[in-house]
Write a protein that binds this ligand. Structure first.
Ligand code: AMP
Ligand code: ZN
Length: 477
């Protein structure tokens, strides 16, 4: 079975064939750090984290680059409002972002380049574009990319005409009076005296937003990427701009072989975003829900589908995840009293078929929803085998290894708070063991009423007790 990826460039689901064998250069656009990141950002980075992890699991050697936009209009405006130094401000929110990503078990990129650390490279790329006649300098000292030079590529990613793009381009296409053509985009922007800026051949200024990704992806990845990712809102103008700049500069086509875009996280069907004010920061949501639940909530939807955020939906995700954690905890618990024999009770075969199902789902454009679905079935079957067939210790260990193997891809068991801490039984393993001891004592004293009452109380809290030859065993429902 081959891994298939949906490519925004061709609008097709096709076999994934990187440029160079197993080597994958993957670039994902990072955040503009002018505030704490919200759950929509988490959606993007958790989705691409799973994609990256699955590629590694599939044996690819992934070089993952994700940038930090630490200077741009939003950073500068926010710093002006708060009276802070813009670079101090962006440093603070970069730290906040990295902290959030670590909490959500998003692996660090191989490189996390910042715009402000690449100003010289950005200037020399813009110089190349000006020399090649692909960019022009205006009387104000701004430098724009001249789209009439690569007109045939307009709409290459958004699949729209220039007219359509102009009509629907919204806030992310700047309207400036020194542009020759409205879809031209800025490469270098003059800085007013009192604003942050760097000297350049065109005067003191700073880079436009798009150029950084062309420069940093070539520097740390390759002039031709295997995968370029970001949220759907980046398709135009950001990613199209990257294609124009990079291909004009290097003469190589395609700039990226596969373009992948995650769907939105919405609230009441509207995209969660800073500008609409309908956002919850990752930190706010972490105050109410465990990180594992938030990550599960995101991963349990296919990366291209929309996720509508609500507390109810997160609670539901928490309950679903708990079912899987309970299966893990049942296996751990069963290990305590498992026989030392090599009876696998069908577990090994179950692991193999589940792995196949998991990979088939993930090979289908990273269908995490179905992949997790196969883990639910696995968990249920494991619960039932444990309660009826008394499998041997080694087989149970292999079940735990398999959960860990899958967790290496999905990262949804990593932050494995004890299920009792987050579940509605409110009972820890120790408390359950304590109650079972009391019940044993009552039984020994032939106080059947008390023994039954304890059993019923545990049952009400979702703990099932089984009296077997080896003594009492329990599991969470
Ligand atoms: P920004 O800082 O706005 O450039 O966003 C950084 C990344 O997060 C981009 O890839 C965006 O597309 C993505 N993103 C922002 N908001 C959302 C959202 N509500 N849902 C999904 N992705 C988002
Ligand atoms: Zn970018």
């Amino acid at each position: 079975m081959a891994l298939k990826i949906y490519n925004t460039l061709t609008r097709e689901l096709k076999d994934f064939i990187p440029f160079h064998g197993k080597k994958v250069n993957m670039y994902v656009c990072g955040p503009t750090v002018y505030d704490h990141c919200h759950l929509g950002h988490a959606r993007s980075y958790v989705s691409f984290d799973v994609i990256r992890r699955y590629l590694s699991y599939r044996g690819y050697d992934v070089n993952y680059i994700s940038n930090i936009t630490d200077v741009d209009d939003k950073v500068i405006n926010r710093a002006r409002e708060s009276g802070e130094d813009p670079l101090e401000l962006s440093r603070k929110f970069t730290d906040s972002f990295i902290e959030d990503m670590e909490t959500l078990a998003v692996l660090s990129p191989d490189t996390r380049p910042k715009v402000t650390e690449h100003i010289n490279e950005i200037i020399s790329t813009i110089e190349t574009l000006v020399q090649k006649g692909a960019a022009y300098v205006t009387h104000k000292g701004n430098v724009y990319y001249d789209l009439t030079r690569s007109e045939e590529k307009i709409g290459v990613l958004s699949h729209q005409t220039a007219e359509g793009l102009l009509e629907g381009s919204g806030s992310r296409v700047d309207v400036e009076d020194d542009k020759r053509y409205q879809l031209d985009f800025v490469l270098w922007k003059v800085s007013p005296e009192d604003e942050i800026g760097w000297d350049s051949p065109w005067g003191r200024g700073r880079p436009g937003w798009h150029i950084e990704c062309s420069v940093m992806s070539a520097k740390y990845g390759s002039e031709q990427l295997d995968i370029h990712g970001g949220g759907m809102d980046l398709i135009f103008p950001h990613h199209e701009a990257e294609i124009h700049q990079s291909e004009s500069c290097t003469g190589k086509h395609p700039f990226s072989k596969y373009w992948m875009h995650n769907g939105f996280l919405t609230i009441d069907k509207e995209k969660m975003s800073k500008s609409l004010g309908n956002f919850f920061t990752i930190k706010e949501v972490l105050g109410k829900f465990p990180a594992g639940t938030i990550r599960f909530f995101i991963v349990y939807t296919h990366y291209r589908s929309t996720i509508d955020f609500s507390e109810d939906a997160l609670e539901e995700a928490g309950r679903a995840r708990k079912r899987l954690l309970n299966s893990i905890s049942n296996v751990e618990h069963a290990l305590d009293s498992a026989p030392e024999d090599d009876n696998d009770a069908g577990l090994d075969e179950l692991i193999d078929t589940t792995r196949d199902e998991f990979m088939t789902a993930m090979d289908d454009d990273f269908n995490t929803r179905e992949a997790i679905g196969s883990m639910f079935v696995f968990g249920r079957k494991v619960n039932s085998i444990i309660s009826s067939e008394n499998p041997g210790r080694e087989a149970l260990r292999r079940v735990l290894d398999f959960f860990a193997e899958i967790d290496g891809v999905l990262g949804i068991f990593t932050e494995k708070e004890s299920p009792s801490e987050s579940d509605d039984t409110g009972l820890s393993d120790e408390e359950i063991n304590g109650m079972i001891e009391l019940r044993e004592k009552a039984r020994a004293e032939k106080d059947w009423a008390k023994a039954d009452a304890i059993r019923d109380e545990l049952k009400e809290k979702g703990i099932i007790i089984e009296d077997g030859k080896e003594g009492v065993r329990w599991r969470r429902e």
